[in-house]
Design a binder for this molecule. Structure first.
Ligand code: HCA
Ligand code: CU
Length: 394
């Protein structure tokens, strides 16, 4: 597999706009587009110009920015939609039509043969109008579509020879990595197109599914900042990039400005009025904090022992928490050093046991521990030695 040859299609300004709290102004859309382009996402996908007159103007305004990222817009499989979208000057069109029995019955009401005819007519027309545009055809709800029917649609579209990319969409977030790998691998073998994966996170597999798609030969992955989108969204840009970083650190650092992730997440969190989740990869509140004494000891010796991601690559710092009963003397000693206090190892060990006993009774703050350290450094602390051992004492 060639995992350094993929592109991110960031859809914060399309899928992300479908998040319940997202009502981006033009100015906000421009700020997001500029920041994503700076970060290095290869493509930006924008809401269809048919959604509203304002959305059409937004697409034109973003096209006019002349960003490094290529600009795509997302449309239904209709010639009329395509004509309006082409008129905005975008670099590419992402065309989509539902193929699952649910969508065929309750959304557009078309049979598979009708879908194939409509796709052929629309895609051929687009290519004739715009020979150089990047053209993608995707099936909505690919993973609940009947496999033979789905392949019939993809193969018919591939045979037209007019699209650059076939999209697969886990619209309701039910696919597993194995299923994603199988479908993407099949399309890779049977067609001549690049392959895109767009997967929702309803059952928590969005990032894993995106990675499985790449392993099977996908070339393009959809993300949004913080993962915002319909319901609970799609792979978060930061989480997906973290996945790729643990796979190939050097390539990921080359491709993307990792130190800008935090600013991106903070900007969008504020715009859509949510907090960054505490357990978010990279930018979550506790993503680089260490607590247990044995972890802290190893981290102080060699951070990579317990850190797959180096916080410095993301412009962040680690935090070793010491004010609790799982603390260890190595971490307490490191804090004393930070504060410029001189204490022998024996004194630090005794103080560590004291902290544990205090923390058994109530939650401590770092300020309290700092004060204890200062008192003990000035010779005011207890001199007795605690005999209590602890499994977590590093
Ligand atoms: C939608 C559905 C979609 C499309 C994905 C795609 C999905 O909101 O239009 O074009 O590949 O999840 O199926 O986002
Ligand atoms: Cu979607």
């Amino acid at each position: 597999m060639s995992l350094d040859n993929y592109a991110i299609i960031d859809s914060t300004l399309r899928e992300g706009e479908q998040f319940i709290n997202a009502d981006f102004t033009r100015d906000q859309k421009i700020r997001i587009a500029e920041a994503l382009s700076e970060f290095g996402t290869e493509y930006l996908e924008l809401t269809s110009p048919l959604a509203s007159p304002g959305c059409a103007d937004d697409v034109r305004a973003i096209v006019r920015l002349g960003l490094k990222s290529r600009i795509l817009t997302h449309i239904r499989c209709h010639r009329d939609d395509a004509a309006i979208a082409l008129d905005t000057g975008v670099d590419g069109l992402d065309v989509v039509i539902g193929t699952s029995s649910q969508l065929r019955q309750f959304s557009h009401g078309k049979s598979i043969d009708e879908i194939i005819d409509l796709a052929a007519e629309t895609l051929t027309w687009i290519r004739a109008q715009a020979p150089d545009i990047e053209l993608r055809f995707s099936t909505e709800d690919s993973f609940r579509s009947e496999e033979a029917e789905l392949l019939r649609v993809y193969l018919a579209v591939d045979k037209l020879g007019v699209v650059n990319r076939l999209g697969t969409a886990d619209t309701v977030g039910i696919a597993t990595p194995t299923q994603v790998g199988r479908l993407v691998g099949t399309l890779r073998r049977l067609t001549h197109c690049d392959i895109e994966f767009h997967g929702h996170n309803d059952s928590g597999c969005a990032i894993a599914n995106a990675f499985a798609a790449l392993e099977a030969g996908a070339t393009h992955i959809d993300t949004t900042i913080l993962g915002i989108g319909e319901r609970n969204g799609i792979p978060p840009l930061g989480g997906f990039v973290a996945r790729m970083y643990t796979y190939d650190r050097a390539a990921t650092r080359r491709k993307y400005r990792l130190d800008q992730l935090r600013a991106l997440d903070l900007m969008v969190a504020e715009m859509v009025n949510v907090d960054i989740p505490f357990n978010n990869p990279v930018t979550g509140y506790s993503a680089f904090t260490h607590k247990a004494g044995i972890h802290a000891k190893a981290i102080l010796n060699a951070p990579e022992t317990y850190e797959a991601l180096d916080p410095h690559d993301f412009g962040l710092t680690r935090y070793i928490s010491i004010a609790h009963r799982l603390t260890g003397w190595n971490a307490v000693k490191a804090r004393a050093d930070q504060l410029g206090l001189e204490l022998t190892d024996a004194r630090i060990k005794t103080l560590t046991q004291h902290i544990k006993v205090l923390a058994d009774e109530r939650a401590l703050t770092l300020d309290e521990v700092d004060n204890l350290l200062r008192q003990w450094a000035n010779g005011n602390g207890a001199h007795g030695s605690w005999q209590t051992g602890s499994l977590v004492d590093g």
